[in-house]
Design a binder for this molecule. Structure first.
Ligand SMILES: O=P(O)(O)OC[C@H]1O[C@H](O)[C@H](O)[C@@H](O)[C@@H]1O
Length: 578
C-alpha cells in the first residue's frame, strides 16, 4: 500500500478513534505531511521504536504501540515465554503512561502477564526489573533525550539488555506480520487485573535496585570522611532521575546535594530546554548557574530516562567549570572503578574486560592496557555491551569490569544490562570523595589521567537530515564516502579503512583486507596517522548522520588544537557532500 492509501485507510476506518481521525482530517491536502506520516511503519533502530507522537503509521500512537506489542506477544508465544511475563516502565514524556498501559493490556489479552511500574522510572531500573522478576522481556516507553514531540518504545530481552539478534529480527518479523490494526488484541484494565495479568510494581523493585548499586561502592570510608563537605548540583532535566539519584546519594552520606528547582519535577514539555540531552550545553545552563552560586564541586545532569549522565567539574585552581564529554566521564569512572578494585583485591580477574563502542575514545584502550585487561570493541548501542556481558556469562570466559559509550552512558556492575546514569552519578560522587581525601578534584584526576594515558581528545558532529529526503541524503553521503574513499583528512593520512557494512578492514599501504570481527553495520571508520581517526555512521535513534573524530596530542592545548583542526577538515568534507 502507498502512503496515500494508508492515509485513507486510517481516515475512514472506524477502528481508529475520533481524535485520531480528526487529527488526520486536519492534514488533508498537505501531501508532505501525509507522506511523512504514512510512507513507512515506524522501524526498530539502535534503541527500538522512536518517533514523533501523532496519528499515522510512521508515528508513535496507541495503535503503533499496540501493533508493536502484538508482534512482541506473538514472538514471546513462539518461544513459549508467556508465563514469565514482561516488565514495563515509562518516563516523563507525553503519552508515556498511556502507551505503557496499551502495551500491558495487549500483552494481557495475549495471556502474558505485565508488571507495570506505578509511576515513572529510569531505563536502567527497567533493565534490572526484567532480571529481578525473571521476565522474558521488558518494555520501556521513552524517547530518551529526544525533543518533547518524540516518544519511543525500547524492547528488552530476558537478560535485561535491549534486543539483539536473533530476537530483534524475530520480533521485527512478527511485528511486520501484524498488518491489520483491528486484529490486535487488547482487554479492559480491570479484567486484566482480575485475571492476574496486570501487576503494579514499585518499591518492591526500587529497594533491591538501590541496594545493588550500593554494593558497588568501593570507598564508603572516603564518603564518610568528606561526604559532608562535597557540594553536588544535580538536575534530572524534568525526567526520571530525581528520586533515585537523590536517594542513593543521601543513603550513602552525601549531605550537600542541590537539585535545580526549575528542572526537578517531571514535565514532558521539558520547558527549560529545547533538547533534554546532557550532551547539549543548554542542558547545563541552570545547573551551572546554581553550581556557581553554591560553589559546587561537580554538576550532574541525567537525561529524561536517566541512562545518560553529563558532568561539569570545578577546577579549584581557576574556579572555572569544565565540561566532561561522555568519553571523559566514562574514562574517569572506568579508571576509578578498575583501579580501586585492583587496589582492594590486590589483582584484577585475569580475563577482566573493559568494553567500549567503536566510536568511543581510544583512552579506554590505554586504560585497559595499563591495567593489563582486555579491551573489547562493540558496535554502537549499549545493547552490544549487554550482549557481551551475556556472552561472558554463557561461555565462562571474560569478566565484565566496565563498559562505556561516547554517548554519555556507562555501567559498572552487571545487575542491569543498559547504561545507568544513577550508578554513574553515584560512582562519580564516590570518586570525587576519594580524590578529595587525596586533596584532588575530579578535574585534577582527569589531568592525571591525561598524564598517564595520553592526551586523547574526541569529538562528534552530526548533521540533521529529516524525513524521507533526509534519509535518502544520509544514504547518499554514505555511498559517496564508500565510492570515493578519502586518502587523507586534514593533516592526517588515512592508513586503513574499516567498512563495517562490507566487513572489511583495508590496509591502504599493503592493500591487505581483513574482516572487522563485528556484525554488519553501516559504518565507515578511517584509521589515520598519529593515532587520529574519523568514523561516520547514520544515527539509529535520530534523523542524523554522525561524524566522530579522535586525536592524540602531546599536551591538553596540543590535543585541543589538533581536534579543532581535524574537526574543521571534517566539516569541509561534509560541506562538499551536502
Ligand atoms: O548514534 P545513535 O544510533 O543515535 O545512538 C546513540 C545512543 O542512543 C541511545 O542512547 C542508545 O541507548 C545508545 O546505546 C546509543 O549509543
Amino acid at each position: 500500500m502507498g502512503y496515500k492509501e494508508n492515509y485513507e485507510s486510517w481516515l475512514n476506518n472506524p477502528y481508529f478513534d475520533e481524535d485520531t481521525r480528526n487529527e488526520l482530517k486536519s492534514i488533508e491536502g498537505n501531501e508532505k505531511e501525509i507522506e511523512d506520516r504514512f510512507y513507512m511503519d515506524l522501524e526498530f533502530g539502535t534503541a527500538g521504536l522512536r518517533g514523533v507522537i501523532g496519528a499515522g503509521t510512521n508515528r508513535m500512537n496507541i495503535y503503533t504501540v499496540r501493533k508493536a506489542t502484538q508482534g512482541l506477544a506473538n514472538y514471546i508465544s513462539r518461544v513459549n515465554g508467556q508465563k514469565r511475563g514482561v516488565a514495563i516502565a515509562y518516563d516523563s514524556r507525553h503519552m508515556s503512561p498511556e502507551f505503557a498501559d496499551e502495551a500491558a493490556l495487549c500483552l494481557a489479552a495475549n495471556g502474558i502477564k505485565a508488571y507495570v511500574f506505578e509511576s515513572l522510572r529510569p531505563t536502567p531500573e527497567l533493565s534490572y526489573a526484567v532480571r529481578k522478576l525473571g521476565c522474558i522481556a521488558g518494555i520501556n516507553v521513552t524517547a530518551s533525550h529526544n525533543p518533547p514531540e518524540y516518544n519511543g518504545y525500547k524492547v528488552y530481552w530476558e537478560d535485561g539488555a535491549q534486543i539483539t539478534p536473533p530476537h530483534d529480527t524475530g520480533i521485527m518479523d512478527e511485528v511486520k506480520k501484524v498488518t491489520d490494526y483491528a486484529a490486535v488484541k487488547t482487554m479492559p484494565l480491570d479484567e486484566a487485573k482480575a485475571a492476574g495479568l496486570y501487576q503494579v510494581i514499585g518499591a518492591d523493585i526500587d529497594d533491591p535496585y538501590i541496594a545493588e548499586l550500593k554494593k558497588l561502592v568501593l570507598h564508603q570510608d572516603c564518603i564518610d570522611k568528606v561526604g559532608g563537605e562535597l557540594k553536588i548540583v544535580y538536575t534530572p532535566l524534568h525526567g526520571t532521575g530525581n528520586i533515585p539519584v537523590r536517594r542513593v546519594l543521601k543513603e550513602l552520606g552525601f549531605k550537600n546535594v542541590y537539585v535545580v528547582p526549575e528542572q526537578e519535577l517531571p514535565d514532558g514539555d521539558f520547558p527549560t530546554v529545547s533538547y533534554p540531552n546532557p550532551e547539549a550545553a543548554e542542558a547545563f545552563e541552570l545547573g551551572l548557574a546554581l553550581g556557581k552560586k553554591v560553589d559546587a564541586d561537580l554538576i550532574l545532569a541525567t537525561d529524561p530516562d536517566a541512562d545518560r549522565l553529563g558532568v561539569y567539574v570545578k577546577d579549584s585552581k581557576t574556579g572555572e567549570y569544565h565540561s566532561l564529554t561522555g568519553n571523559m566521564s566514562g574514562c574517569l569512572i572506568g579508571d576509578y572503578v578498575i583501579g580501586q578494585r585492583k587496589e582492594r583485591d590486590g589483582s584484577l580477574p585475569a580475563d577482566g574486560a573493559f568494553i567500549r563502542s567503536i566510536v568511543s575514545t581510544n583512552m579506554a584502550d590505554a586504560i585497559a592496557d595499563y591495567y593489563g585487561i582486555e579491551l573489547v570493541e562493540v558496535l554502537t548501542g549499549f545493547k552490544f555491551i549487554g550482549q557481551k556481558i551475556l556472552e561472558f556469562e554463557k561461555t565462562g570466559k571474560g569478566t565484565y569490569l566496565f563498559g562505556m559509550e561516547e554517548s554519555y552512558g556507562c555501567l559498572t556492575g552487571t545487575y542491569a544490562r543498559d547504561k545507568d546514569a544513577i550508578v554513574a552519578s553515584m560512582t562519580l560522587c564516590e570518586a570525587a570523595a576519594y580524590y578529595k581525601t587525596k586533596n584532588m578534584t575530579l578535574w585534577d584526576a582527569m589531568l592525571a589521567m591525561y598524564e598517564r594515558y595520553g592526551y586523547y581528545k574526541d569529538d562528534v558532529t552530526s548533521i540533521t537530515l529529516k524525513g524521507i529526503e533526509g534519509l535518502a541524503k544520509i544514504q547518499e553521503i554514505m555511498n559517496t564516502l564508500r565510492d570515493q574513499a578519502p586518502q587523507e583528512i586534514g593533516a592526517y593520512k588515512v592508513t586503513a579503512i574499516r567498512d563495517y557494512k562490507k566487513d572489511t578492514v583495508t590496509d591502504l599501504a599493503t592493500g591487505k583486507v581483513t574482516p572487522t570481527g563485528l556484525p554488519a553495520s553501516n559504518v565507515l571508520y578511517y584509521e589515520m596517522t598519529d593515532g587520529a581517526w574519523v568514523c561516520v555512521r547514520p544515527s539509529g535513534t535520530e534523523p542524523k548522520v554522525k561524524f566522530y573524530l579522535g586525536v592524540k596530542g602531546t599536551s591538553l592545548a596540543d590535543a585541543d588544537q589538533k581536534s579543532a583542526d581535524l574537526s574543521k577538515a571534517v566539516h569541509a568534507m561534509i560541506d562538499k557532500m551536502l
